[in-house]
Design a protein around this ligand. Structure first.
Ligand code: SF4
Length: 281
């Protein structure tokens, strides 16, 4: 497989220079590097500019409701735990509308890879403050500046039980490809928060700004406190890479019913649907 095998042939409609292009490229390259095929992958999309990737990426895909991609992805994984399940979402989508699902999936260590296009703004709706907008940022919805503190998604994920917590940069597609590979290969819940410049509506954290500040972490912490401390480093220097990783059983590894085969392979002949329905109606 080559990267173009994962393209549908539809040209992306993102603004020229948008960070989404780098994530799309990195994702295709990761699939190639993992030597995987379209049949083995399901991508669940949220609502936002990132969600348009459903039209450009040639794998099985589900367009979910705003903020609800993660539970859909957990359901796909439980139905067939041999699939690679990736979630493509935004910061508003996942850290705002869907933050409860992020916490639940991290707690359960569901074996899905959540890639967040974090541009600190609602881009599709033309520039309102999101949960990661910095305090004081002036946007269409906060003309006098954001009052709230920004959410720290990495610390939130670590505290909630996620077993792979990382940050990537859309402007370094080789490093992001490798991070996505590592996240998909990790058994358990992986979060990849990607710094994704929105050149149209967020004018501060552009590619030049981020390139100047970014440095790569050498290795993942195994100690939660040390990893959480690192996630608060956001001023002169901004770390990218894997902040925290631990090995522990994923959700489906703990279901004895799925030891031998997947849920979709189970025979239906012994299930009496009418009797089952009567229990619930
Ligand atoms: Fe990208 Fe921002 Fe344009 Fe959306 S509005 S496509 S996030 S640059």
């Amino acid at each position: 497989m080559e990267a173009h095998d994962f393209e549908t042939g539809h040209k992306p409609t993102w603004c020229p220079g948008c960070g989404n292009y780098g994530i799309w490229q990195s994702l295709k390259n990761a699939f190639v590097k993992l030597n995987t095929s379209q049949e083995e992958i399901v991508v669940v999309y949220g609502i936002g500019c990132h969600g348009n990737m459903a039209n450009f990426l040639n794998v099985y895909g589900v367009g979910s409701l705003h903020g609800r991609s993660i539970p859909v992805a957990c359901g796909v994984k439980m139905a067939n735990h041999r699939l690679k399940v990736v979630v493509i979402v935004g910061d508003g989508d996942t850290y705002g509308e869907g933050v409860n699902h992020l916490l639940s999936a991290a707690r359960g260590n569901h074996d899905i890879t959540v890639i967040v296009h974090n541009n600190e703004i609602y881009g599709l709706t033309t520039g309102q403050a999101s949960p990661t907008s910095e305090k004081g940022t002036k946007t269409k919805s906060t003309p006098l500046g954001v009052i709230e503190e920004p959410l720290n998604p990495l610390a939130t994920a670590i505290i909630s039980g996620a077993s792979f917590v990382s940050r990537g940069f859309a402007g370094d597609t080789d490093a992001l490809r490798d991070l996505i590979c590592a996240g998909i290969e990790h058994s358990g819940f992986s979060l990849i928060d990607v710094l994704q410049p929105c050149l149209t509506f967020e004018k501060v954290h552009n590619f030049d700004f981020l390139r100047e500040k970014i440095y790569k972490l050498e290795k993942a912490e195994k100690d939660k406190e040390a990893a959480i401390k690192k996630t608060f480093e956001w001023s002169e220097k901004i770390p990218v890479g894997v902040f925290y990783q631990e090995e522990k059983p994923a959700f489906t590894d703990q279901l004895p019913q799925l030891k031998e085969d997947t849920l979709v392979e189970k025979p239906l002949k012994d299930i009496k649907i009418d009797e089952l329905l009567k229990e619930f109606i």
